[in-house]
Write a protein that binds this ligand. Structure first.
Ligand code: GDP
Ligand code: MG
Length: 372
């Protein structure tokens, strides 16, 4: 064919064609060295090597975190959005059982078959409402995300087993939720067990300021059995109630911004990232900068493996098309046009290159041991 291929690009960029093919693979483009490439792909690849954007970009454009913060504070065209919920609690108290129950129930008839892939987040429908669950019950993931400035959770569900009561990780979870400023809904689990003592759990939690309404407090408590699916609808009712009180809103009429829930390198698809859209609407084809990575939204699917053309606020999506694998907690920003995305991406790539150079030129015991 007559287009430019990996060999031609390798010559121009003074790189081995194999390296070009590998970079293309990261972008989800599977080609051999002789296959011709489309213009978008060449541009993104070139930008990855710090080539291509003619215009210098303003300082703040390259700072994704600043842009993210600005866009998150946007108060125009606000509309209701679904709550984003994280489930936390002590080991073996039933977090996974609850997440699995929700994953397999509470889907509409058209979605029979349920969730086909673990993408780190999913949505369930409850009456006319949608609720987004983060499927990362590890406290470590939660703190890591927060440490990176990604406050993606609106509501924390604290799962406490009624036969075991408050345990160390229960307290840890309370502290995380308080530090993140998210309201807590207490799900007293395993109430089906003969030795269940929900009243004791309530007494214990009062010490941590979690007091139910009928005791004069303002914390919602729901007794559930995750294993037998008991009272789950009531729990979902309470999540909806809590979220309505919070008046969660976002502007769907702008370019999307949000956070990375998780990301990985896939054998077949290259760089794959689960993103939570927090503001705006994301479309296939959007030029995007994600942490230190960039590209175009090449494919966008939901947790059911279904292709989406657009994703509105609070929607988790799995995307391909990034030049590298971003990190959980990274922010992303969709750019209005490809040129500025490329410019920002290029600036980011240069930063990363310089960082890399600093590392290699500046050998310390620490980074020496790191590389062993
Ligand atoms: P996690 O560590 O918090 O994710 O806890 P799991 O969901 O893995 O549950 C730990 C154990 O408790 C498993 O054997 C579950 O089957 C069991 N379990 C979870 N929820 C319930 C429940 O509501 N009732 C009973 N009887 N067992 C439960
Ligand atoms: Mg678990």
């Amino acid at each position: 064919s007559d287009g430019m291929n990996a060999q031609d690009l390798g010559k121009i960029l003074h790189r081995e064609p194999a390296e070009i093919v590998k970079k293309l693979f990261m972008l989800g483009v599977m080609v051999n060295q002789n296959q011709s490439l489309d213009k978008d792909t060449i541009e993104i690849l070139a930008a990855d090597y710090g080539i291509g954007a003619e215009e210098k970009i303003e300082e703040n454009i390259s700072d994704i975190d600043t842009l993210y913060d600005q866009e998150m504070e946007n108060t125009e065209h606000l509309e209701n959005r679904p709550p984003v919920v994280t489930i936390m609690g002590h080991v073996d108290h039933g977090k996974t059982t609850l997440l699995d129950h929700l994953r397999h129930s509470h889907i509409t008839a058209g979605e029979a078959g349920g969730i086909t892939q673990a993408i780190g987040a999913y949505q369930v429908r409850h009456s006319d409402n949608v609720i987004t669950f983060l499927d990362t019950p590890g406290h470590a993931a939660f703190t890591e995300m927060r440490a990176r400035g990604a406050n993606v959770t609106d509501i924390t569900i604290l799962v406490v087993a009624a036969d075991d009561g408050v345990m160390p990780q229960t307290i840890e979870a309370i502290n995380h939720a308080k530090a993140a400023g998210t309201p807590i809904i207490v799900a007293v689990n395993k109430v089906d067990k003969p030795d269940a003592n929900p009243a004791h759990v309530t007494e214990q939690l009062a010490e941590y300021g979690l007091i139910p309404e009928d005791w004069g407090g303002d914390t919602i408590f729901v007794n559930i059995s995750a294993k037998f699916g008991e009272n789950i609808d009531e729990l979902l009712d309470m999540i909806v109630l809590q979220s309505e009180m919070m008046e969660l809103k976002a502007n769907p009429d702008q370019a999307a911004v949000g956070s990375v829930i998780e990301a990985r390198l896939d054998q077949g698809k290259g760089s794959v990232a689960t993103l939570l859209v927090q503001q705006g609407t994301m479309h296939v084809g959007d030029p995007i900068v994600v942490g230190h990575t960039f590209g175009r939204v090449r494919t966008m699917t939901n947790e059911r493996g279904r292709d989406l053309k657009k994703a509105t606020p609070s929607t988790p999506v799995e995307i391909t098309g990034l030049n590298e694998v971003p990190e959980a907690g990274d922010h992303f920003v969709v750019f209005p046009d490809e040129k500025s995305a490329r410019a920002a991406g290029e600036a980011r790539a240069k930063e990363a290159q310089m960082e890399e150079r600093r590392k290699t030129n500046h050998v310390t015991l620490d980074n020496l041991f790191d590389s062993l």
